[in-house]
Design a protein around this ligand. Structure first.
Ligand code: XMP
Length: 514
């Protein structure tokens, strides 16, 4: 397995994903991981990530000395290269010009890392993605240049005898065309890792691990119908089926037929014990008269905890609470202690349960990235359609009905939303968008239908494209598709006579309207 030490680059998670795509298990840890922890990890190789610092600043992060003493291969990337150079006796020059974007580099010599890697250019050049200010200006003892270009004469270096390699550019981003081949070269050929990180293999290991952890004790899991909790449920079912009970809370703010679908899938098809709690009246009565978005979010979060807790207390045999925490959540909470962001919206999801239940925490997905969670879901027999569904927020339709939530609004919204999603799927646009839904506006406008005047509600369609949900572009859906959706909603959902399309990006808008 490969250890990745994180110096804070925005691309560090990508390194871990690329290594795993090469079917080698990798973990990401902060650069100041202790010597003992590094030894205990028993890495087959170590990668030092990029980072925002300059090696010349005071107290800049350094790789723990043990990294260079374990006798395993080390690959430094960008800042990782610079700190490797400094720590082993080379020199780094402060960059006055930032180099950012595509560059062409030329391999030289015969390094195990770049040997034979080319992309068919006549001059033997490789397109790579540079993003740095400083650069290595003198090699440490024992190192040779392995690639270069005019602006960066030491774009890569290696000490083949100690198996230390370093690249100034980023092999982990797709803009470095042969980056995948380089990382594969490092982990397979240089570190000698086998292709062992595959789903069937992972399932066997995870099942064995869960059985060992849980023994014959009982487990409860909050099932929301979302990807993470669904996959966690399917995995736990495979591992300890009879000891698992899922709690599914219907808060009255779910999508059309969602509760039925979840019950059908889990209770009927997979044979999971599901405790279906219909708390919709309670949620809606608590929400009555409340129109402030934050207040609504808090109420929905609080009610969920109430309901869940009450159910859990009725199962005294349960000793474990399983949650669908995934690897990015783990990295996030480990790394961001010092960062404090503004609260734009207080997020609620099934993960946020208080520890008053005195249950032990079981997090069967905590090693997996989102795309691995999806792959696992498919491997466990969940339908693709469910596993590749767009995200749905914890507070559900509660944040898609602007202002006060009423059952009448939720019923109209559910039907309109189902039409939009059906048409997106039929036209192939569901996969091309990252998230799409309908928003209910508590506003009436005048229309004419047949010969009569109407005075009915307005809904807005929202569809966005995004990688990380931090920024998003509104999707340029074809006009013919928008026309069809609008016609169908107005004709089929009595009570709605106007449909508008949201053309706001994030920022400055957010994806959800509340
Ligand atoms: P915004 O609206 O902030 O949303 O641009 C970004 C992403 O987060 C989702 N979202 C939530 N997810 N609990 C969740 O689990 C929440 O309370 C919540 N609020 C927003 C939103 O759907 C989008 O994908």
């Amino acid at each position: 397995k490969i250890l990745i030490l994180d110096f804070g680059s925005q691309y560090t998670q990508l390194i871990a994903r690329r290594v795993r795509e090469a079917q080698v298990y990798s973990e990401l840890h902060p650069w100041d991981m202790s010597e003992q922890e590094i030894r205990d990890f028993k890495p087959s190789g170590i990668i030092l990530s990029g980072g925002p610092n300059s090696v010349y600043e005071d107290e800049t992060p350094k790789a723990p000395e043990v990294v260079f003493k374990l006798g395993v291969p080390v690959l430094g990337i960008c800042y990782g290269m610079q700190t490797m150079a400094m720590q082993l006796g080379g020199a780094v020059e402060i960059g006055h010009v930032r180099e950012f974007g595509y560059a062409e580099i030329y391999p030289s010599g015969d390094s195990a890392l770049l040997r034979g890697i080319d992309e068919g250019k006549e001059n033997g050049g490789l397109d790579v993605w540079m993003s740095h200010g400083d650069k290595v200006s003198a090699l440490p003892d024992g190192f040779e240049v392995i690639c270069r270009n005019d602006s960066t004469p030491i774009a890569g270096m290696a000490d083949e005898s100690r198996r230390f390699y370093a690249l100034q550019f980023h092999p982990e981003v797709t803009h470095t065309h042969q980056g995948k081949a380089m990382l594969s070269r490092f982990v397979h050929d240089i570190c000698g890792c086998g292709r062992e990180w595959t789903m069937p293999h992972y399932i066997d290991e995870a099942v064995a691990h869960i059985r060992e952890q849980v023994g014959d004790e009982e487990v409860i899991l909050g099932l929301s119908g979302g990807v993470d909790s669904s996959v966690a449920a399917a995995l736990l079912q495979r591992a300890i089926g009879a000891q698992l009970t899922c709690i599914f809370v219907d808060n009255g703010l779910l999508r059309l037929n969602e509760a039925e679908q979840v019950m059908e899938m889990f209770a009927n098809n997979l044979g999971v014990k599901v405790d279906h709690v219909d708390a919709s009246e309670k949620f809606l009565s608590e929400l009555a008269g409340v129109s402030d978005p934050e207040a609504k979010r808090k109420i929905i979060g609080r009610e969920f905890v109430h309901v869940f807790q009450k159910e859990a207390e009725s199962m005294p045999a349960a000793k474990w609470l399983a949650q669908g925490t995934i690897y990015p959540d783990v990295i996030e909470s480990a790394g961001s202690k010092t960062k404090k962001a503004h609260t734009i919206k207080s997020h609620h999801n099934v993960g946020g349960l208080p520890d008053t239940l005195h249950l032990k925490l079981l997090e069967p997905l905590r090693d997996l990235f989102k795309d691995e969670v999806r792959e696992l879901g498919v491997a466990l027999g969940l339908p693709r359609e469910m596993v590749y569904r767009h995200p749905f927020p914890g507070p559900g339709l509660g944040v898609r009905i602007l202002g006060e939530v009423k059952k009448e609004y939720a019923d109209l919204l559910r039907r309109a939303d189902a039409i939009f999603i059906e048409e997106l799927r039929a036209s192939g646009w569901y996969e091309k968008t990252s998230q799409a839904f309908v928003v209910f506006l508590p506003v009436k406008s005048v229309g004419v239908m047949g010969d009569g005047r109407t005075y009915e509600w307005v809904v807005a369609l929202r569809a966005v494209e995004t990688q990380d949900f931090m920024t998003a572009l509104w999707a340029e859906l074809p006009h013919s598709l928008l026309a069809k959706v609008s016609n169908r909603i107005i004709n089929e959902v009595r009570g709605i006579n106007r449909v508008v399309y949201d053309v706001s990006g994030k920022p400055p808008a957010t994806i959800e309207w509340e």
